[in-house]
Structures are given as structure tokens and as C-alpha cells.
Design a protein around this ligand. Structure first.
Ligand code: ADP
Ligand code: MG
Length: 701
């Protein structure tokens, strides 16, 4: 076993023992030497650089200074009692303070001696201060030995109270790292390490903890990140390869009468180049005899619906049924109307099935589906109820829901002798790095172009105190015949409060825009579907000018005459949600506006979100900022990324390395799909090892 040393239980390490081993296990899941080695520093502190008291500020991370301690005092009463010391480096002074554990330090720091202090500068009562610094007496000759870049390790509160802080972990690693010499096998094949001039695995593991120079540190990081990504990619691409081997897809060999006739006679506009390209990509897939699993990304308004329709017509041309699933009732109904209108002069049978469909209609629908007479079915999730049976379901389009779970999808599969082709459409742009990891086994198409003639939406940010101006603007737009959305946040945890906000807002709007001159619709989550639909329809028919709503209108709703989107408490929305909401306007020929209303006091992050929205209409750019702001673990629909087992690599920063890993894994699998070649054995073993995390890829594929 080449890795036996790394598998050694951590309590065997000198200085650890059973107590600490238990803590390491329960707090950090560190069980073996290898686990400790993979507990990478989160930061490095340059211990060769000394700051002066004049240079430091609370913006700096950990810094070190060199100087003397003037005096030490115990101040405060009872629980507030603490030890303070005045430190000087000859340039100025700095107060050091200990709130806990100072009893042990009393009498230890002597005036006149030279010390190095190390800690995080803060401001307290208007002056610079450092709490709980490390203090080390200067012993000439010793500093030179110290590592220039000192690693900092994260630990938990519980560990810290038991003396297991960053420094303690550093000491353990100082013991461990020399032991691994000659004990770490290489996992990457020579073809990769030499191509990318990578450090060996052993060298990377040493350098990541105790780097000799910043340059070598960077190389060690790159190698480790690359390897983390490589395993993910190998797994994903293997899933895809296996699916292709195991499942035959329906072969939609011909593009026939329905598709061609629609294209020639009924398509109301010219397709954009991007739409044409995507249709070609899909056609190649579904005509290949393999089952298609494709993710179609396209910004709001980019025209995904008609692409879906044309694919469904190809299915019909080949004698297959298809269905289009939407996340909400409102959207399903709207899709149904859109498609029915587009197909009104064509011999294509299309139906609608939602939770509200009456039993009698339902029975008819079921019969038509079973007989194969129904060619296109539009609906909500009601569509995958077990009672619904198709004669020959060949294509499933899932709209606006890339999180559609495999459980739900597998139910679709059961509706067909073979798995139908699957097209998942989303207007939530997924940054490339995430798409490559979370959906790396899906093929992907992108509509990166809006239909011509659209005027970019103008976005502005107003504070609540400027409300009168906004009302004035609303009156002007209504006078021009435009309609307006006014959206309130809806956050599940405080539904009641949100509801109150919405109602308060509605009342103040109703006062400012009184009938009969103005009519207002209201839609929120606590309404019955029929009432919701009634209010929606009033707005669609232009019987009302203002639609006050919670985020239920977020996805897909299409009212081209609505040209103003006002978002209340915009600071409470995430970037991608703001962008989705904005996408509800800008659908007609008129200039459209998006107005972000916020309180006067904004956090730095909220400010950046507002600025980003004002600056750009590009969904992908917004998604990238979102990813940087929130980190991958937090992004909507991407909770899974926590499961990916990334320790060092960061999806929001390491896109380049990820690309390299993706290419490398494709090359490896092309040449050696089962990793049978001797040079890939180490990789295969590592792939099968426990510590890479039992990612349930079926959940994310
Ligand atoms: P989304 O991608 O957000 O689902 P839709 O499919 O709802 O976008 O399309 C938005 C609007 O653009 C619809 O009114 C649709 O008819 C129109 N549209 C789609 N493609 C084109 C095109 N190539 N030229 C002009 N208008 C188009
Ligand atoms: Mg859509």
C-alpha cells in the first residue's frame, strides 16, 4: 500500500494523542495523517515583514511588529477585568489587550526586552489596539529560521478553548510534513504533470503548508486545485459516457412536414442566428440515436419557447409525443396560449394539463395521450402524475427549472419504453464554472443573442426618500399607455411580514393612484389560483395599469405592454432574482425601465448589487458577479456545490484551472475510458477513495 502512511490514524502523530484526536475527528473530520495534510491553510502571513505602529490600520489582516513593552496593567472589574500592555516600536505606541487567559501571562512580559508581536489591528475607543496578540521574545538568529510565509489554519471555537488554535495545527503539520518524504505516491500521469509543469504530489503537499517562496506556493496550489477539479470532471464525464453506452435514445431521423411548414409559413419572425444554431445542435443530438440530455441557457427574452416548439415539431414529424413542463400554473397556461396561437393553422394537436384541470377534461386528455392523438402536452408537474400515460413520449422540455430533480425526471422515464430526450431550459445564467461542474454531464447550448429591435432596459436606483419622484414617473408612463409592475419581496421565513409589507404598499399605491382613473391588480402567494389568474388576466387585458405583486411573477410572464418594473426593497433580492424580475419588461417596442427602490442605508454588498444591475443587462455578467459575491455554495440552485468536495479550489476564482482539468479529463477518458492503463491506475484508485466525498451525482446530473 503506497499510501499507508497517509492512512495512519492521527492519534499516532507525536503531540496528538487520543484526546486531541477525538477533537480533530468530531470538529474537523480529521481522522488520518492524510486528512490533516489536506487541511490546507486559509491564509499565509508574511513573517519577514515588520510593520510600524504608524502603518497599521484595522483594514490590515494579521501583522507583526517589533519593539518593547512599556508597562502592563490589570484593569476593569470582575468579569470585565482584563490585562493591557503598552507596546512601542519607537515610532508610536499600541495597546495590547487580553480578555481571557491573562492570568497565565502575568509577569511574563518585561519592560526593556525586545518582542515580536503578531495579531490583528483593531480600533477601540478611537485608538489602535490589538487583542490577544502572539508575543514572542526576540532571540537573535531564530527569526531568520522562521518560515517567511506562515500558514494560518481555521479551527472551531470549541477547539480554540482547548488550545487547539491555528498555531497548534501548524505545530502538528510541522511534525507531520517531514514524515511524508518518499511516502506519497504520484496520482497524476506523467503526461499531465510534464505538460503543465506541475509539482509532484508530495512536493505540493509540503509546499502548501510551508511554502519556500510565493511562486512555489502558487504552483502547489494550482496542482492541488487541478487535481480536485480533475476528479470531479472524470466522474461527470464517466457518467455521461456510461449513459451513452447504456441507453439508446429515440432516433428522430427526419425533419418533416410539420417543422418545415411551420418554419416557412407560420413563424412570425426571423430566427436569430443563436436560435438557429441551437436548433441545429439539438437536431444533431436527437437524430444521433443517443438520448439527449441538454441544458439550454438563454437570457430572459432570448426566445427559448419557439426553439422548444420547433423541437417538439420534429418529434411530431417522427411520430413522437412531447411535453413542455413549466414551474407554475400561470406559466403553463401562458405557454399553452402562446403555442396554441402559433400552431392555430397547423394540424398539430396540443393540450394543457395542470392541477386545476377538471376531472372530465382530464379523462379526455388521458385518453388522447394514451392513444397518441395528443402530440404536444403543456403543463405543470401534474403532468408527471402516474395516471398520465403517453403512447410514445419522445421529448420532454423542462422550462425555467434547472433544479428539476432526478426523482421527478425518472418518473418521466417510466412513461416511455426508452428514456425520452430531455431539454432543460433556464434563463438563470449559470456561470461557466458552475455549469461545468454541476451540469458537467449535460450537453449545453446557449442563446447568446436577443431578438433584434429590443431596446435595452434602462435601470435606475432610487432611495425610498425619492418615492414622490417615482410616483410622478409612473403617472407619466401610464399617461403614455404603458403598464407597470410593482414587486415586493417574498421570503419564506417571514411570509407574514412580507404579506403585511405588500398590503401596506398596496394601500399607499392605491391612495396615490385612485380609481376610476387608475386600476390596480394584486397577486400574491396566499391567493387562490383562480383569483390569481383573474387578477393576472385583468392586467394582461390592460384593464389595470399597475400590477402589485410578490415574486410570483418572477418567471416567464409575458405582457409586452408592461414597460416599467419597480422593485421594492430591492436590497433584499439576490442579483439573479433582480435580473429575472427585470426581464419581465423590455418585451415590447417601447423603451422599458427598471427602478430599484432601496432604503438609504445599504451594505457594501447591496450597493454593489444595485450598481451591477444599473451597469449591465447581461445575465452572464450578472451571474459572474453573483458568484463572486456569494460564493458558489450559496448560489440559488447550486446548494449542491458544497457536495463537490472542493477544499482548495474555488469555483468563483479558479475557472482557468477548471477548464484545464476538464480538457485533461476528456483526453484521459478518450484514450482510456475505464482507466485501465497502468499510468492511470493511481488516478482510478484515488477516484474510488472515500475521502473524495460520496457525491451523489445522480442528484445533480
Ligand atoms: P424566453 O427565452 O425568456 O423564454 P420567450 O421565448 O418568451 O423568451 O420570447 C420572448 C419574446 O420574444 C416572445 O414574445 C417571442 O415571441 C419573441 N421572440 C422570440 N424569438 C424572436 C425572434 N427571433 N425575433 C423576434 N421576436 C422573437
Ligand atoms: Mg421562457
Amino acid at each position: 500500500m503506497p499510501n499507508s502512511l497517509l492512512d495512519t490514524p492521527i492519534e499516532h502523530l507525536k503531540g496528538v494523542g487520543p484526546e486531541r484526536a477525538k477533537l480533530l475527528k468530531s470538529e474537523l473530520e480529521i481522522i488520518t495523517y492524510g486528512d490533516l495534510l489536506r487541511w490546507y491553510p486559509y491564509r499565509y502571513v508574511d513573517r519577514t515583514r515588520f510593520y510600524t505602529t504608524r502603518e497599521i490600520s484595522p483594514d490590515l489582516p494579521y501583522v507583526q511588529l517589533r519593539g518593547q513593552i512599556l508597562d502592563v496593567k490589570i484593569v476593569g472589574q470582575k468579569r470585565g477585568q482584563r490585562m493591557t500592555a503598552r507596546f512601542t516600536d519607537g515610532v508610536g505606541t499600541l495597546e495590547l489587550v487580553w480578555f481571557q487567559g491573562w492570568k497565565w501571562l502575568q509577569g511574563k512580559y518585561l519592560p526593556g526586552k525586545e518582542y515580536i508581536i503578531f495579531g490583528k489591528p483593531t480600533v477601540f475607543n478611537g485608538s489602535m489596539n490589538m487583542a490577544h496578540p502572539e508575543v514572542e521574545e526576540v532571540v537573535e538568529g531564530k527569526i531568520q529560521q522562521a518560515n517567511a510565509l506562515q500558514p494560518m489554519y481555521s479551527t472551531t471555537e470549541r477547539m480554540k478553548t482547548r488550545g487547539m488554535d491555528s498555531k497548534a495545527l501548524m505545530r502538528m503539520l510541522k511534525t507531520l510534513v517531514p514524515l511524508i518524504a518518499g511516502q506519497v505516491n504520484e496520482t497524476l500521469p506523467e503526461s499531465i504533470t510534464s505538460k503543465h509543469k506541475m509539482l509532484s504530489r508530495e512536493e505540493s503537499l509540503k509546499q502548501i503548508h510551508f511554502p519556500s517562496t510565493p511562486e512555489v506556493l502558487r504552483r502547489a496550489e494550482t496542482r492541488i486545485k487541478f487535481e480536485e477539479f480533475l476528479y470531479i470532471q472524470l466522474r461527470l464525464l464517466r457518467v455521461r459516457a456510461q449513459r451513452r453506452l447504456n441507453y439508446q435514445g429515440f432516433d428522430f431521423a427526419t425533419v418533416g412536414e410539420r417543422f418545415n411548414s411551420f418554419y416557412k409559413n407560420y413563424l412570425p419572425f426571423a430566427l436569430t442566428d443563436a436560435q438557429k444554431r441551437v436548433i441545429r445542435e439539438i437536431r444533431t443530438d436527437i437524430g444521433s440515436g443517443k438520448q439527449m440530455n441538454r441544458l439550454l441557457q438563454g437570457d430572459v427574452g432570448s426566445g427559448k419557447t419557439v426553439v422548444a416548439l420547433m423541437c417538439m415539431l420534429i418529434a411530431a414529424d417522427n411520430g413522437f409525443q412531447s411535453c413542455l413542463m413549466a414551474p407554475t400554473e400561470i406559466l403553463a397556461v401562458q405557454h399553452f396560449h402562446t403555442l396554441r396561437d402559433l400552431l392555430k393553422d397547423m394540424p398539430v394537436h396540443i393540450g394543457l394539463l395542470t392541477g386545476n384541470t377538471k376531472q372530465r377534461e382530464r379523462n379526455v386528455l388521458h385518453a388522447e395521450l394514451r392513444s397518441g392523438m395528443m402530440q404536444i402536452l403543456v403543463g405543470t408537474h401534474a403532468l408527471i402524475e402516474d395516471k398520465v400515460q403517453f403512447a410514445n413520449l419522445g421529448l420532454v422540455v423542462i422550462d425555467e427549472q434547472h433544479r428539476f430533480g432526478v426523482e421527478q425526471r425518472s418518473r418521466l422515464w417510466r412513461k416511455s419504453s426508452r428514456p425520452p430526450h430531455i431539454l432543460v431550459m433556464t434563463a438563470t445564467p449559470i456561470p461557466r464554472t458552475l455549469a461545468m461542474t454541476l451540469f458537467g454531464d449535460l450537453d449545453s447550448s446557449v442563446i447568446n443573442e436577443l431578438p433584434p429591435g429590443r431596446k435595452p432596459i434602462k435601470t435606475v436606483h432610487f432611495f425610498d426618500s425619492q418615492r414622490e419622484r417615482v410616483f410622478g414617473f409612473m403617472r407619466e408612463e401610464i399617461a403614455k399607455g404603458r403598464q407597470i409592475y410593482l414587486v415586493y419581496p417574498l421570503i419564506q421565513e417571514s411570509e407574514k411580514m412580507d404579506y403585511k409589507d405588500l398590503m401596506d404598499g398596496y394601500e399607499s399605491i392605491a391612495r396615490a393612484f385612485p380609481p376610476p382613473q387608475f386600476q390596480i391588480s394584486i397577486v400574491h402567494g396566499q391567493m387562490k389560483p383562480a383569483d390569481k389568474d383573474f387578477e393576472m388576466q385583468r392586467f394582461v387585458k390592460h384593464e389595470t395599469q399597475i400590477m402589485v405583486a410578490t415574486t410570483v411573477i418572477e418567471v416567464g410572464v409575458n405582457v409586452p405592454n408592461a414597460s416599467v418594473m419597480i422593485i421594492e426593497s430591492a436590497e433584499r433580492f439576490g442579483l439573479s432574482q433582480l435580473h429575472q424580475l427585470r426581464g419581465r419588461v423590455g418585451r415590447g417596442a417601447e423603451q422599458s425601465f427598471c427602478i430599484l427602490m432601496t432604503g438609504n442605508k445599504l451594505s457594501k454588498e447591496s450597493k454593489l448589487r444595485m450598481e451591477t444591475m444599473v451597469r449591465t443587462n447581461d445575465g452572464f455578467e450578472i451571474a459572474e458577479v453573483d458568484l463572486k459575491l456569494r460564493g458558489p455554495g450559496d448560489l440559488e440552485g447550486t446548494k449542491q456545490s458544497g457536495l463537490l468536495g472542493l477544499r482548495l479550489a474555488d469555483l468563483s476564482k479558479d475557472g482557468k484551472i477548471l477548464e484545464l482539468a476538464r480538457v485533461a479529463s476528456a483526453e484521459i477518458l478518450d484514450r482510456d475510458p475505464r482507466l485501465d492503463l497502468p499510468e492511470h491506475h493511481a488516478l482510478r484508485d484515488e477516484l474510488n477513495r472515500e475521502h473524495l466525498g460520496n457525491v451523489n451525482w445522480s442528484r445533480i446530473s
